[in-house]
Design a protein around this ligand. Structure first.
Ligand code: CU
Length: 148
């Protein structure tokens, strides 16, 4: 059994190692090996929403940009009245986004403007969209691999 002192020592040691490395990898967390996990169109957890995203060209590193999210039901009909929460992080590095992107506009036809997206480094990122519409609340997760 670990004493609190030993646990806090380990925590401090890990934090020191992480800051030395700048952004250290967490053991055991690996990006998905299945290329389909990196698709730009995915179903939400329970399969209710079919969601895709586009950006203006290749997704940049270190620059604010916008995404356009398209939300449909599984049959392809657009969802025009969704509430969307956005979050993202680098699971290997245990840090999140440097900004708080959010949906700022409903563009109609199931399209939503996401402003304030910025990735501060290359590597494996996940973007989670929590979508609420028609009495359903489900998350869709996109995996991205950005060039450094
Ligand atoms: Cu990182």
């Amino acid at each position: 059994m670990q004493t609190p002192n030993r646990r806090s020592f380990l925590f401090i040691a890990a934090a020191a190692a992480a800051s030395l490395a700048g952004c250290s990898a967490e053991a055991g967390v690996k990006p998905p090996s299945d290329a389909a996990e990196f698709a730009t169109e995915r179903l939400s957890q329970q399969g209710t929403f079919r969601v895709s995203y586009t950006a203006d060209g290749p997704i940049p590193v270190g620059r604010l940009h916008t995404w356009k999210l398209h939300i449909a039901r599984a049959d392809g009909s657009p969802v025009t009245d969704a509430t969307v929460a956005v979050d993202g992080d680098m699971p290997e590095h245990r840090h999140g986004l440097p900004t708080r992107p959010r949906v700022t506009r409903h563009l109609g036809g199931g399209d939503y403007l996401v402003e304030g997206v910025k990735f501060q480094m290359g590597g494996w990122w996940v973007m989670d969209f929590d979508i609420t519409a028609g009495g359903r609340a489900e998350r869709v997760r996109f995996n991205l691999r950005l060039k450094k």
